[in-house]
Design a protein around this ligand. Sequence first.
Ligand code: SAH
Ligand code: MG
Length: 202
Amino acid sequence: MNQQELEKVKEKALEEHIPIIMDDTLEVMEQYLTNMKPKRILEIGTAVGYSAMCFTTFLAEDGRIDTIEREEERVKQAKENIKKVGVEDKICIYEGDAVEILPTFNQKYDVVFIDAAKGKYPFFLKQALRMIEPNGIIFADNILYKGYVLSDYNKHKQRTAVRNLREYIKEVSQNPNLETEILEVGDGLAISKIKNKVVPVL
Ligand code: SAH
Ligand code: MG
């Protein structure tokens, strides 16, 4: 991987205000993924490919990342970036709305990274739960959305997003098969580990 090119992608994205993963968020994910060596990662929200390219360093040798992006221009940029950085054999981009694409997927993933339309997080969670491996982890970025999610804020045009992020937190917290932490790194990161099913002793 060409680290210098990756750095250029990051700088350009920051200049253009493309909301790429923040350094501290990536550091936390690194702690979870370094030992895990995932074979398959699903990312919802590619933008220009920055986070997906960063995640390639965590992959098992034959690992792969599937990532979904609906904006044509971003898909184009992401493909160019991925080539320049030299990780095109590890990342597969699907162009279109994740709401339509996800239900057509049937493979299993060790890791799901949710980083797209905030109003769709509960739907993305359902899809992630359907495809996650028994020892997998589901991450959701921007889960605290500038602090709105934990405040009494509800009068903004973004209230649908806030309501759905709160719904996501409620669902992962109440799901007995998940062990969830919500961290205040970056714009907020939800980490939900799948618990191994406990066999009840009769
Ligand atoms: N993961 C990237 C940043 C993603 S920004 C990184 O850290 O580098 C969120 C992206 O999700 C945007 O590019 C937006 O176009 C895309 N997006 C939002 N809603 C989507 C949807 N329903 N389906 C597919 N892509 C979506
Ligand atoms: Mg994000």
